[in-house]
Design a protein around this ligand. Structure first.
Ligand code: FE
Length: 335
């Protein structure tokens, strides 16, 4: 009994010391706007591989960014994971992210999917593309985002609200490519073709198409993937627009090391690991996205949607032109 107690005391002391050492070198705190179910498997895999303990907080992008700002130098966060380049750009613009000079990240992540100043890096790619009713639309009737505003599309279009950053980024990237005047004409034409009020989310857009309320819409590919998983005979299909010119609008979920990270070197190491083969597959497949690292193949269910040319304008533009995009949508009557 007594020996047992001494032994367990010794064990506790040893564990305690081990814990203290681990805490100094191998602990990370992540703020994530990506759901727990999508990121937890990555944290577990990284811990299994390196011993690094990762604590995390998940919330929506807005509150997380506000929290980072309010905490300032005292923030426990080492890494910020969030969705949409618009949000990543905002975090960098607000001075919340540190520059990371890493050859690994520069090699693994294409230029268009990362900050030109190396403060954030895309880790998974989603296309925001056209979805259509296979019962009522022939793919030959479709061509570009612009053409969704054509006369023959009157009363056939469903859109998600312009309040969502995904649409703000889409329009911002159109401004980057086409200029404000042309983009405004396109957005006005979309609004003129709307079958009904805008929807709160992408899934509702697809459900409206299935219900016959409209024939075409614009959605992120992974939402289509989720519906397709539930119903393999979905009466919807994805269409890749603008293949003759700028390509399909893509966006990312991504990450950056925080400006006041207490474990900066460990955070960079983790970020580099996230851009590598194994993590890229975990990161993308969990949400039916495309790996940002072009050397890593997408999940077969995702590849099955077909190859497409993507717009390779740097996604920082989605942030830079976000205010212009919001104002443009507002004056075009896009709610
Ligand atoms: Fe989403």
């Amino acid at each position: 009994m007594k020996t047992n107690r001494i032994l367990s005391l010794l064990l506790i002391t040893l564990l305690g010391l081990g814990g203290a050492v681990a805490q100094a070198a191998d602990q990370l705190v992540v703020y994530s706007a990506r759901n727990e179910q999508l990121i937890k498997p990555l944290f577990d895999a990284y811990r299994a591989e390196t011993g690094t303990e990762i604590r995390f907080v998940t919330d929506k992008a807005g509150p997380l960014l506000a929290r980072l700002k309010a905490e300032g130098k005292n923030t426990p966060a080492d890494l910020l994971i969030t969705v949409d380049a618009g949000n990543l750009w905002k975090a960098a613009q607000d001075g919340m992210l540190a520059k990371v000079d890493s050859r690994t990240l520069q090699q693994n992540i294409p230029v268009s999917l990362r900050d030109p100043d190396n403060r954030w890096f895309g880790l998974s790619v989603r296309a925001r593309t056209i979805v259509y009713s296979t019962a009522r639309v022939k793919p030959s009737e479709l061509s570009t985002y612009e053409a969704l505003g054509d006369k023959q599309g009157k009363g056939r279009l469903c859109l998600r609200t312009s309040k969502k950053v995904y649409n703000q980024s889409l329009v911002a990237m159109m401004i980057a490519q086409l200029g404000e005047e042309k983009t405004e004409a396109i957005v006005r034409a979309w609004v003129g073709n709307l079958a009904t009020d805008v929807f709160a989310n992408d899934t509702a857009v697809m459900e409206a198409i299935m219900a016959g309320q409209c024939d075409v819409g614009i959605v992120n590919t992974y939402y289509f993937g989720r519906l397709q998983k539930k119903n393999p005979k979905l009466p919807l299909a994805l269409f890749w627009p603008n293949q003759q010119d700028r390509g399909v609008h893509v966006n990312v979920s991504g990450a950056g090391v925080t400006r006041y990270a207490k474990h900066k070197a460990a955070a960079v190491k983790f970020l580099e690991w996230l851009s590598g083969d194994k993590a890229q597959r975990l990161f993308a497949d969990a949400n039916m996205e495309y790996p940002a690292n072009p050397k890593v193949k997408p999940h077969p269910n995702v590849s099955a949607w077909g190859d497409f040319k993507q717009d390779t304008t740097n996604l920082a533009k989605a942030g830079e032109l976000q205010v212009k995009a919001v104002m443009l949508m507002d004056r075009s009557g896009y709610k």
